[in-house]
Design a protein around this ligand. Structure first.
Ligand code: GLT
Ligand code: MN
Ligand code: MN
Length: 390
């Protein structure tokens, strides 16, 4: 058996918008026809995926009648039950329609803000009807090119109003649903509000029910501007806020490329997988990526298979890292040196006694921490592991 063949237990998921991406970009028309959601569900299930996600409009085209909506939902539910696929997450398209040209929740126009909240309540109903327990908020059009009119602080206030209102709605309906905010620095806006994991974490703490709201960090979004996604992920995990994750790949300083997972920077992807697997994160391993524009439908499925295989290969590499005697020996030596100090520290928590003891402690600054950090050795071992010679 192929040991890198994905299984349902691996919890891999894709968005309808990812495999269904038609290759349209700012300079060119679609290169592939749209995929029928029912077809995508079946193909993903055959490839070993576990879940499928959607924006309201990916499943039920904007402006559909109630009758149309009901037919689409019925057929989609049938496809889910026939294929054994689940819908762990859903979201709202608040960026495609021209009404959102200058924002949705943060639009300066009160009618647009209200419409965005209404659209989201309906989309939440749809997501919950299909089984979603996580709801993603990516503020696609929440941003600006010009700061002459809207006060950026007021935009945050408006964003908070909308999220608080929607938290109230979810509680009122008795839905089992948590929110996950997805930061992004720019694109399609010149600059987006809530641009990074750190900004979003600070925002969450100001909400009415912060315990219901976490993060959906995306590899490409932190990487675009040169931030370290592994560090962003680590901070989200440490804060207990990793509610969902968008995996893909990306080169720094480019537009949001959304490449196949691990295709550009397998080393950083390795650390992402290693961290996720060690963290106890039990949510979807979601690929928010798309096939290259030059591909046809066969290329789309090759892309989807590639995302999942690379994840599993890197998971195997993470296991090797944990089992490698030389690597673990080196780590143990470093740890032994790092934990040898037994004097007063901040780790005990503050007390006036602890403060007095630490103030009085004598340190030989020339001697402590003076060993080489052996990161050259360690990094080379990781590289050799990844290159397959260990
Ligand atoms: C869009 C965006 C993604 C978001 C999706 C959810 S839509 O493709 O680029 O990062 O996760 O709204
Ligand atoms: Mn992206
Ligand atoms: Mn994303």
């Amino acid at each position: 058996m192929d040991r890198f063949a994905p299984q349902k237990g691996d919890k891999f998921s894709f968005g309808l918008w990812t495999v269904g991406n038609t290759g349209r970009d700012a300079w060119g028309d679609p290169t592939r026809p749209p995929l029928d959601p029912v077809h995508s569900v079946h193909r993903l299930a055959e490839l070993g995926a576990w879940g499928v996600k959607f924006h309201d409009d990916d499943l039920v085209p904007f402006g559909s009648s109630q009758h149309e909506r009901d037919r689409i939902v019925r057929e989609f539910k049938q496809a889910l039950s026939d294929s054994g696929m689940v819908v762990p997450m859903a979201t709202t398209n608040l960026f495609s329609h021209p009404v959102f040209r200058d924002g949705a929740f943060t639009s300066a126009d009160a009618a647009v803000r209200a419409f965005a909240v209404q659209k989201t309540m309906r989309a939440i109903d749809l997501g919950v009807e299909l089984g979603a327990t996580t709801y993603v908020f990516w503020g696609g059009r929440e941003g600006a090119e010009v700061d002459a009119y809207r006060d950026p602080g007021e935009a945050i206030t408006r964003f908070r109003e909308a999220i608080n209102f929607l938290l109230g709605y979810v509680r009122d309906q008795g839905y089992d649903l948590r929110f996950a905010i997805e930061p992004k620095p720019n694109e399609p806006r010149g600059d987006a509000y809530l641009p990074t994991v750190g900004h979003a974490l600070a925002f969450i703490a100001t909400l009415d029910h912060p315990e219901m709201v976490g993060l959906n960090p995306e590899f490409a979004h932190e990487t675009m501007t040169g931030l370290n996604f592994v560090h962003a992920l680590g901070q989200a995990i440490e804060a207990g806020k990793l509610f969902h994750v968008d995996l893909n790949d990306q080169r720094m300083g480019r537009f949001d490329q959304d490449y196949r997972f691990a295709s550009e920077d397998p080393k950083r992807a390795f650390y992402v997988v290693k961290l996720l697997e060690a963290s106890g994160y039990a949510g979807p391993r979601h690929f928010d990526a798309k096939a290259y524009r030059m591909e046809d439908e066969a290329g789309v499925w090759a892309f989807a298979r590639g995302c999942m295989r690379s994840y599993l290969i890197l998971k195997e590499k993470a296991r090797q890292f944990d089992a490698d005697g030389e690597i673990q020996g080196l780590l143990a030596e470093l740890r032994a040196a790092d934990t040898a100090y037994a004097g007063p520290t901040a780790a005990t928590g503050y007390s006036s006694e602890a403060a007095a003891a630490l103030k009085a402690q004598s340190f030989d600054a020339a001697a402590i921490g003076a060993i080489g950090r052996r990161q050259e050795e360690l990094d080379q071992l990781v590289i050799e592991l990844l290159l397959g010679v260990r």
